[in-house]
Structures are given as structure tokens and as C-alpha cells.
Write a protein that binds this ligand. Structure first.
Ligand code: PGA
Length: 254
């Protein structure tokens, strides 16, 4: 399968921004900005924004995602959200293993794998984030780090389940820094991730897997990054907070 058969996905990550009261108006701007999109489009929003975002997105091309979920179906886990709770609301995607969660909230390869299992069992499409820190890039361990993160998270995932997984390569040094990986750097790692997946699942499954790039992707650099054969879309932080910018990235994904 060549890239043209993998429909691009542009997924916004609002992180801990946007008050619930602002969601309806921002969603109207977003819908107008992405109308006629020639790719899949999603916005991953804070838990408390999910209900108003879902209501506003109804009938549009926008899918809604969460930014994390617990692995259990339910139980005594104060402060956590179960995958089935998200699914019942109509949430389609969930970001898992984002570097901010690995960095600040003690997320490990093991807990990411558990969350991924829970998300798949709960019927969600996980957006699995992997990426190296600046130190890891500088000491030459990028390939080793992203391979380890990917293999650990996908352990026990069947080929059928893999068809619901989205992989996102997000170099930690490029997130929120304005420092973007070059399109060659992004392509090199995305291609490596596809080869890694092919080793376990075969070439056809790997060719069908959407692999996103994330890290300071914006309206100005999106077309160049998205033009690479193994970059199937973007995970967009800062530029997903402004409808005009997000719309331009979506337009670049045709
Ligand atoms: P950024 O964030 O686009 O603001 O760099 C990307 C992400 O963290 O997913």
C-alpha cells in the first residue's frame, strides 16, 4: 500500500487549555476552518471539554478524542477515567504515552501498554506517542528508544487490533519548543517505526498503520512534513488552539 491509500489524520491536542465555556465558540470556528477536509480530523480535548466538544462536532467531519485514560473498566481509582466511559460518550480517540505524561506523571512503558490494552478493549482508537529526549538524540539512541517504546506498548496487540492504532512520533525536544524536526529527521524515524511494526505484524499491516509526526508542526511547515512518504499526519499542540492555523494544517494534508 502506498501513502495515498492511508488517509492522513490531523489530530489536535489541546492539552490543559480551553475552558469548557469557550468550547462551543471555538468548535464553531474549528468546524468552519476544516469544512471540506480531505483527511481525517480529530481534536483531543481535556475531559471536561469532551461533552461540549462532542455536541458541537455532531454531524461534522471532526472526531473527538481524550488525552489519556485508565486501563481498568472501573473500580476504586479516584480521579481516573475508564476507557468505557469515554466510549459511551462517543469519544473516538485517546492519546496515550504522551511525553508530558511520561515526563511529569510517572508514565512508563509498562503503564502505557496497560492503558493501550484498556483503550482497545474499550473500543477506542489509541494514538500512541513515542519519542526521544534531546539527550537521547544527542547520544545516538533515538532508534533504540522509539523502538523500545513501540514494541513495549504493542505487546499482546493483535493484527486486527493494530488496525485501530495510530502511532505518533513526537521528539520530546520539538514539543512546544518551536523547534521542529526536519522533514528528513521525521521521515527517518517514521520509516523506522513502520519497519519495526512490519517485523511483528508483516508488511501489509505496517503499510496500513497511520504514523503521525508531532512537535511544533504548524501552518508554515506542515506541507513539507506531510509530504514525506511515511508521515501520515500530524499531532498538533499549540497550533490546534487557533482555528485558522489548524485549518491550514488540515488543508496541507490533502
Ligand atoms: P506542539 O505539541 O505542537 O505544541 O509542539 C505537540 C504535542 O505535544 O502533541
Amino acid at each position: 500500500m502506498d501513502q495515498s491509500k492511508r488517509k492522513p489524520l490531523i489530530a489536535g491536542n489541546w492539552k490543559m487549555n480551553v475552558l469548557p465555556s469557550r468550547v462551543p465558540a471555538l468548535m464553531e470556528e474549528m468546524k468552519a476552518a476544516v469544512a471540506g477536509a480531505d483527511c481525517r480530523v480529530a481534536l483531543c480535548v481535556p475531559y471536561v471539554d469532551l461533552a461540549p466538544a462532542l455536541a458541537a462536532a455532531a454531524g461534522s467531519c471532526l472526531a473527538i478524542g481524550a488525552q489519556n485514560c485508565h486501563w481498568a473498566e472501573g473500580g476504586a481509582f479516584t480521579g481516573e477515567i475508564a476507557p468505557g466511559m469515554l466510549g459511551e460518550m462517543g469519544v473516538a480517540y485517546v492519546i496515550l504515552g504522551h511525553s508530558e505524561r511520561r515526563q511529569y506523571f510517572g508514565e512508563t512503558d509498562e503503564t502505557v501498554a496497560k492503558r493501550l490494552r484498556g483503550a482497545l478493549d474499550g473500543g477506542l482508537s489509541p494514538i500512541l506517542c513515542v519519542g526521544e529526549t534531546l539527550g537521547e538524540r544527542e547520544d545516538g539512541s533515538t532508534a533504540q528508544v522509539v523502538t523500545r517504546q513501540t514494541v513495549a506498548a504493542l505487546a499482546g496487540v493483535s493484527e486486527e487490533e493494530l488496525s485501530r492504532v495510530v502511532l505518533a512520533y513526537e521528539p520530546v525536544w520539538a514539543i512546544g519548543t518551536g523547534k521542529t524536526a526536519t522533514s528528513e529527521e521525521a521521515e527517518e524515524v517514521c520509516a523506522l517505526l513502520r519497519r519495526t511494526v512490519a517485523e511483528s505484524y508483516g508488511e501489509a499491516a505496517a503499510q496500513g498503520l497511520p504514523i503521525l509526526y508531532g512537535g511544533s508542526m504548524n501552518a508554515a511547515n506542515a506541507a513539507e512534513l506531510l509530504g514525506k512518504p511515511d508521515v501520515d499526519g500530524g499531532l498538533i499542540g499549540g497550533a490546534s488552539l487557533k482555528a485558522a492555523d489548524f485549518g491550514k494544517i488540515v488543508a496541507a494534508a490533502r
